[in-house]
Design a protein around this ligand. Sequence first.
Ligand code: ATP
Length: 936
Amino acid sequence: MATDSRKIRVAVRVRPFNAREMEQNPRNIIKVLDRSTLMFDPDEDEDEFFFHGVKQTHRDITKRVKKKLTMEYDDVFDNTATNADIYEVCMKPLVQSVMNGYNCSVFVYGATGAGKTHTMLGNEHCPGITFLTMKELFRQIDSLSETRKFDIGISYLEVYNELVMNLLTKSGPLKLREDANGVVVSGLVLKQIHNATELLDLLALGNRNRTQHPTDANAESSRSHAIFQVHIRMVEKKTGQKRTVKLSMIDLAGSERAASTKGLGLRFKEGANINKSLLALGNCINKLADGLKHIPYRDSNLTRILKDSLGGNCQTVMIANISPSSLTYDDTYNTLKYASRAKKIRTTVRQNIVPSNVPKEFLVKKVNEQAEEIERLKAQLAQLEELRKAQPLTNVTTPPAVDEVLLNTWISRIDSCYASLLQAVQHSIALKSKEKLLNMRVKLKEQAEQIARIVTLDGSQTNVDIAKIEASIDRCGKQVASQQGEKNRWLERLQQAQRNRNTIRQEALQSDLSSVLKGYLSGKDAEIAAAKAALSKDHVLQISFTYSQENKLWHNIMELSGEIIQNNYLLLRSMDRVDNVVLEKLKRLVKLNHRQRGVTFVDDEYQQELRDETNLTDNSIDDIANLSDCSEDAVDFPTTAANGTTVSLDVGGGNKRTKIAEESESEAENESGRPALFKSVDSADRSVFKKPKIVSRTLSFKATTVGAGITRATMSRRTPTKTGHGGSMKTTTTSQRLKAPRLVVTDTMPGSSIGSAASKQLPGASGSSSSHLEKGEDTSDTSDEHIGVGNIANSTFDIGSSKDDDTDSPFSNVLVESNVDPQVLDKVLRRASMKNKMTLSVTKENRKKSPKRIGKSPRSINRSGSRANASATSVINRYHMMKGKAGGFASGSSSSSSSSSTAKATGKATVTRFANNNLENDSDRNRHNRLMGIKK
Ligand SMILES: Nc1ncnc2c1ncn2[C@@H]1O[C@H](COP(=O)(O)OP(=O)(O)OP(=O)(O)O)[C@@H](O)[C@H]1O
């Protein structure tokens, strides 16, 4: 229970002069200096004193010397103060204390007519502090009614001639007794009230019952001490805690001297009793102020009733009312002296909490709960404190207020700009995609046209079919041309939209809202990028679908062709009409079908070559997936499309590449032990379609002299270059790229007949090969590689067919036909005798060395197969046999060379030469002539 030691609060109120006083022109003996200080009996304004017309500097000796007492109180109110002012300063805090459970008391003290009753009760126009206090009391009770239950009872007593009377019932006298709670008025029944109106009605009733008699000093002089008390019992609804408090408002009778009232008889007796009670009050106040233990409360009923208010458990306010008139000089002086004494009185206040009937266990539980709550709150407070320390105040920056109107304006501008950009991007990419797909179809149709020229039964339908294809190509071309204008228009709009976007971006980032707008712009850029990614994905899917359809068509063609070829081959074989030429072609076809590959150098030069070849024009088939020229701005395309295909569309023009990575296939090829033709392209500038490396080599023959005047035919291999041999080579490269984007088929089979056959199937290669031969280019070309063993070793040969006669194996034929250096060939054949499949590969380092050097140290793999050994042994024997007839060999070679030279002139070299070389004996020649319908 909280206790507090407080002094009585003492306020002095100075009333205005009344009419009666004004009539007597009294002197003002009170001068209010400030809100807490006044001067009693101040100096008057000195009138100049003249004697015989001369101003006297000496004072008027007839006048009394002024006391000029400066007195200090808690509050001093001058004659202009209203009851409301008194209430605000003195009573309002007291009401709050009552609601907190403290007993409170206010009493007004002063001489008769000093304004005590005016202060307490007031009038209609100026309600007194009792009314104002009760009003505030009920206001607070109403506000707390949800949490507390209030019971209010009032009593209104008067002490008249030392008799205690009940003003509300006009009954008495009542006796006083003391118990543990203090002084109790026996038989006093509290009037219960429920609102302020009831209270004020009862107050008015009591006032009417109060003893009043006119005196010389006051026409309505109160001749008794009135004690108005409000008893309040408060019960906390939640906890059941009870408090009982008492607010006492005491209007004392006038403390005037009997002389001033000029009372006689009954009035004199009243005055004597009043003085007696007030004298007792004065004594109590003096002793309380001196801190004495014994206080003579029992000297009067007034002091008994005021015991609590003066020295007990109560917050007390004393309002001393005084008149400023010099007519009441002594009464005012006494009042001020009493007030000064009362100022020293200390009271001890405590909350009047009534012990409740709540079980002890409940209270213990409540205490424990509150203790836990306190611990929890302490922990939270500690955490918050740590956080505050960890985060310096400098980092706690309050975000600046954003001008919403300005922000909305910016956002609408940006939205509009990006909407235009998005529209332009969508149209541009769509048109570009359409153009690319049309170009792709044109290329495929051109390829189909070329195939149609080759594959025909008797040529009768060729022209009709080709005409249809050409018409279709023309239609595609017209579509491309027709949309060109629209595409350019949208590209211009796209560029304009990009410029607008860049402008607004710069302005936004320089504005006051740059920090907010930066994020918004990034979001808009992401939207554009997402739209582009979606369009690119659609484009790639269409390409993929078209290729898929084309692939199916080729599959059907090959399936049907294979069936026809096999049937025809079996038919010819049954008729014993399969000659070597046909057999070679069939074997070549089978090998091609088996995806057999030649040697490919995987080095920087190769990569450069790859890049050169893929440096294509905008409409090439390889550039078909590249839409980057629709995204020249800074918005990048995503690197991964939704279908898992990696798409890299770089920014900035038509020479950027699209990459479709097919890692799994490349890895599978590498694992098979074959050369890694396509290493994974990891750099941006290699982001191209993976394309076959086609090493198209042409063969040429010339007669050379090998020591001792022996002339023999030598074969040189030439790797065509794109730039050195006219437009035909470019055509070849582009066309071959179309054929098998994933397959690497190296035309490395030595032998012009095979090259010729291949050239018929590969129009581009045919062009380059035939033109080379027909032009009869000199094999001394510096770019050529001489065919020695090293060059032959650059190929992989598969000696496979079990049906082949040993002497007819292509391997042996090639070696014999090549007429290589006998010593070198001897070594090679020795090694070959142990091999079924011999693969001679050339590393990057060896490639730079001379062919002879390479030939001396071939690397071999796959050594097994007795049948192949027999085949190789047969070849060696045949070689030695031929070597033994050197003259004939040389003659044959010369003949070949001669024939070749003749063929160059006539353009029929290829077939003739191979016919001569392969038909070494009469039986072969006869069989060949029979099959070919040649008659001797
Ligand atoms: N501050 C004031 N302003 C205006 N009039 C006042 C003021 N104080 C007192 N009066 C007037 O002075 C007269 C006497 O006042 P009041 O009755 O309050 O004196 P009192 O101290 O109660 O006297 P008593 O002890 O005889 O009852 C009343 O007519 C009252 O209206």
